[in-house]
Write a protein that binds this ligand. Structure first.
Ligand code: RRO
Length: 315
């Protein structure tokens, strides 16, 4: 029997694939569909303390070759909505662990939300999003290393439940060194890499205009073309983080082979964003079959047999 099961922080998941935050997870109907699907877990749309409408439309655009650009601007139903959902789900399915994403637009908001979660009966994972590229006037925290340190310092003064951070992509090995040195100081359960490649610009030559309205057309890129950047970040972090911090790999997954590559680079769990948006929950059946096929071909029966075992020409 080929198993796609995985574990993070002592919690087990029968499938190592799930949605990425923001994609088909903003309301109860979407989340119920994820629960009913073959995904191993779900993550809820990043929450702010209060409901937000997000940026004006058009704010997401499909790109050729399985890509997307978005500047949604954190539309969400507010923390209470998602916290109620995950607590209710926890009552129904006490053995299932899921992910509650939070993305305050200030340190104060993040601390207030984490206090509320700490005091609640929720005991699943929290994914603290330090990498939203699309809120006008709010830079991505993940690119300000001192600020990341300050945030985690404040959070771990009181927060004792399993916590991970969602990071933006980094593009220099020195930045991998610097962020890993900070993350390694804290009792993080996981690190999720990558968020979309922020502040890209897509131009429509016909109309001679940008394709999305917010921020003059600047937005985050997701989908197949971000896979090499995602794999580099998963691998770069896997080589530097302490073994207690699991890696959730996100970015550019459209096939089971892409999942296989993320795991080879060190991911314990993978999240699918853009392509899940295009295909819906049936994608988890397809990817599970495709990953099993490649594992069978290679004689692997579970993902720990190849996780992090990427070879280089120096091996
Ligand atoms: O809502 C968004 O615009 C958004 C968020 Br919070 C994020 O983390 N990543 C992204 O691509 N879009």
């Amino acid at each position: 029997m080929t198993s796609l099961a995985t574990s993070i922080g002592g919690r087990t998941f029968d499938n190592c694939m799930m949605n990425a935050a923001g994609i088909r997870c903003q309301n109860k109907k979407d989340l119920d569909a994820l629960v009913a699907s073959r995904a191993g877990a779900y993550v809820t749309k990043s929450a702010t303390p209060q409901k937000r409408a997000g940026n004006p439309s058009p704010r997401m655009h499909t790109l050729p070759n399985k890509g997307s650009i978005n500047s949604m601007g954190l539309p969400n139903n507010g923390l209470d909505y998602y916290l109620d959902y995950v607590v209710d789900d926890q009552h129904k399915r006490p053995d299932a662990t899921n992910f509650l994403s939070v993305a305050g637009t200030s340190l104060e908001d993040n601390l207030a939300m984490l206090h509320q979660i700490q005091e609640s009966e929720y005991h699943g994972f929290v994914e603290l999003n330090l990498s939203c590229p699309n809120v006008p006037g709010k830079p991505q925290v993940g690119y300000d290393f001192d600020r990341v340190n300050e945030v985690l310092d404040e959070v771990f003064k009181f927060y004792t439940k399993p916590l991970g951070v969602k990071l933006p992509p980094y593009f220099d090995l020195v930045h991998f060194d610097q962020i890993a040195a900070i993350l390694n100081q804290y009792p993080l359960t996981f690190v999720n890499s990558i968020n979309s490649i922020g502040n890209a610009l897509v131009v429509d030559p016909q109309t001679e205009r940008v394709v999305i309205r917010p921020k003059g057309g600047f937005g985050g890129i997701g989908g197949a073309s971000v896979k090499p950047t995602a794999l580099a970040n998963v691998r770069g972090l896997a080589l530097r983080l302490k073994p207690e911090i699991a890696i959730v790999g996100t970015g550019g997954i459209t096939t089971g082979v892409d999942v296989f590559e993320h795991i080879l680079c060190g991911a314990s769990m993978v999240q699918i964003g853009t392509q899940f948006g295009y295909e819906g929950t049936a994608i988890f059946d397809r990817l599970a079959e495709e990953l099993k096929a490649i594992m069978n071909q290679k004689g692997y029966t579970n993902i720990t047999e190849f996780r992090g075992k990427l070879k280089t020409f120096d091996d």
